[in-house]
Design a protein around this ligand. Structure first.
Ligand code: T3D
Length: 271
């Protein structure tokens, strides 16, 4: 178990904890603001594949050790001696960041980013790729890319404008100015800001709610929201009709309506 204040407790770049249907991934390179190096990418890819295939896991939390959430790419890996060729950043995105973002956006169960400090560069995109973002009051969101001559990657140019509109998205991306958690909540970049000391309790409560929730319906909510980002209204209405037909035949729906009418808590099976 990693101590969130100090980052102590594990040398691995990613700490994985699975309990009561909730998987928690803690980015664990606090000395480098949990920025992604090759080892952390490998650990993240393996963890997402394993947890994604584990049917006992019904919610996922991603958080960071120490005082930051994630500062994106570890820039020490991009250090060059005079005469060295430039790195192929496209290859890095193709091999590492893009599969991670795709895996998260299409993740089987609800995902929660518990943002405990600064989320910068691809670290900000990582948080925004989760279904829900809860941030501690001291957290901030930084589109750091423009400061080093890059564009928002890992889905940044797609997600930002859908979340906060073109004006705010361009403002964040062009200036690289940090957006404080309270402002991030106000403009709709994130779900909720909570007191720093309550962050993990809030994230866990949310995750536990999903873990005991109607899993099939939750999975379909995710799928349809994603489809709705690019479908036209006609296509989306058809998709809603077909999905609701399917869910109407599910055990969870039968249990949900039965429990409501019997004034008791439903017990869902996720099917
Ligand atoms: O390359 C590819 O594969 C393409 C993909 C790119 C994706 C990307 O993410 S590109 C963007 C990369 N990230 C950045 O440009 C962010 C750089 N960091 C910062 O701007 C600031 O550090 C923060 C805004 C994140 C935090 O600022 P602050 O003042 O709270 O902390 P700090 O003092 O700057 O950082 C604390 C330590 O973390 C410091 O180390 P030190 O001096 O205590 O030994 C700093 O160097 C280290 N750190 C922070 N960010 C990174 C980092 N070390 C390596 N890589 C980082 N990205």
């Amino acid at each position: 178990m990693v101590d969130k204040q100090t980052g102590a407790g594990s040398e691995a770049p990613l700490a994985v904890d699975v309990k009561g249907g909730v998987a928690t991934l803690t980015l664990n390179r606090p000395q480098a603001m949990n920025s992604f190096n090759a080892a952390m990418h490998e650990a993240m890819a393996a963890a997402l594949a394993r947890i994604g295939a584990d049917e006992a896991v019904r919610a996922l939390i991603i958080t960071g050790a120490g005082r930051g959430f994630c500062a994106g790419q570890d820039l020490t890996e991009r250090k060059r001696a005079p005469g060295d060729p430039p790195p192929d950043l496209g290859a890095s995105l193709e091999a590492r960041y893009n599969p991670m973002i795709r895996a998260l956006v299409n993740f089987r169960v609800p995902t929660i980013a518990a943002v405990n400090g600064v989320a910068a560069g691809a670290g900000c995109s990582l948080a925004l790729a989760c279904d829900m973002v809860i941030a501690g009051r001291s957290a901030k969101f930084v589109q750091a890319f423009s400061k080093i001559g890059l564009i928002p990657d890992s889905g940044g140019t797609w997600m930002l404008q859908r979340l906060i509109g073109r004006a705010k998205a361009l403002g964040m991306a062009l200036t690289g100015e940090p957006v404080a958690a309270v402002e991030a909540e106000r403009i709709g970049l994130i779900w909720k800001v909570v007191e720093d000391g309550e962050l993990m309790a809030e994230a866990n409560a949310l995750a536990e709610g999903f873990a005991s929730g109607a899993g099939l319906g939750l999975a379909k909510v995710k799928e349809l929201m994603l489809a709705g980002a690019t479908n036209d209204l006609d296509a989306q209405l058809d998709l809603e009709r077909d999905t609701q037909r399917e869910l109407g035949r599910s055990e969870d729906y039968a249990e949900g309506t039965r429990a409501f009418l019997e004034k008791r808590k439903p017990v869902y099976k996720g099917k």
